[in-house]
Write a protein that binds this ligand. Structure first.
Ligand code: A2H
Length: 255
């Protein structure tokens, strides 16, 4: 855990089709008409966005829909909205306009766009370890490089009914995006196997795997996908972050 301020990249995943439960819950919110709604994920690894396979929320977390400007609405926690307010991310500085509130379980199965991903549209799925107190409460999932994401996605693939999802929502395989000398093109799956991680509940091994994956990619990783193929992760990271900011698909978010 970093102690000082953390610089995240906010990644905007636009809703293309609400799950029926969300559609119903939001049907009486006139402010949503004609607006683009974005699930905003906070990431420390913008260079991994090529490998997004889904988006994670916490089923017990209450989220808000906040008006950003006359066109855009963000789906994030209230805590994140307040922080973004201080950072001039909303058009009316200081004023946070919440137009609706909805619990995470109701948005499961919503379809969203995933900037830079080989899968242009992915699903919103449940993850047990999403913290309401970090980032935006929305996590974009990159199972190739995040052991947490890989373990959670595997749980969903193995036990769709238990997690109350359609199997096809989680049927997106990890995409090779970064090569590391020790673990190859799919670092997180390799580490999960090595550490015998069987589910997202294996918190101790997952913390170890996460640490190794992060260091390995940062110091030894090379991009094997996209415009910066062949570049080291250290070189590619700021370039890909800047690209996402330029296209309007991302922004800097501190906390
Ligand atoms: B990272 P730090 Cl490929 N709850 O993005 C749980 N996890 C959260 C979160 C929340 N509310 N908000 C963000 N995160 C995740 C990509 C990634 C991330 C990869 C590899 C490692 C990794 C794709 N998921 O993070 O505690 C987000 O996942 C490992 C550190 O602030 C975010 O970056 O250090 C990271 O945790 C922020 O964690």
């Amino acid at each position: 855990e970093a102690l000082g301020p953390q610089e995240y990249t906010g990644i905007k995943l636009r809703v293309t089709e609400w799950a029926p439960s969300a559609q119903q819950a939001l049907s009486n919110v006139p402010e949503l008409a004609g607006k683009n709604v974005y699930f905003v994920a906070a990431t420390l690894r913008p260079e991994t966005m090529y490998g997004q396979t889904n988006c994670f929320v916490g089923t017990e977390i209450t989220y808000g829909l906040y008006e950003v400007n006359d066109k855009d609405v963000f789906f994030i926690t209230h805590r994140a909205a307040r922080n973004m307010g201080y950072q001039k991310i909303f058009a009316n500085f200081g004023e946070i306009k919440k137009i609706a509130e909805i619990k995470g379980d109701l948005v499961i199965g919503t379809k969203v766009t995933a900037p830079l991903s080989k899968y242009p549209e992915v699903y919103v799925l449940p993850m047990e370890n999403v913290l309401a107190t970090k980032g935006t409460g929305v996590v974009t999932s990159v199972p190739s490089d995040s052991p947490d994401d890989f373990a959670a996605l595997q749980d969903l693939q193995k036990k769709a009914a238990y997690y109350k999802i359609e199997a096809e929502w989680a049927a997106f395989e990890p995409i090779p995006i970064i090569n590391t000398p020790t673990y190859g093109d799919l670092t997180a799956p390799a580490l999960c196997k090595l550490k015998k991680i069987n589910s997202q509940k294996d918190r101790v091994q997952l913390a170890e795997a996460k640490e190794i994956a992060y260091k390995e990619a940062f110091y030894q990783g090379k991009m094997v996908i996209g415009d910066y193929t062949g570049l080291s992760v250290q070189e590619a990271k700021p370039k890909i972050r800047d690209h996402l900011i330029q296209t309007g698909e991302g922004f800097v978010y501190n906390e």
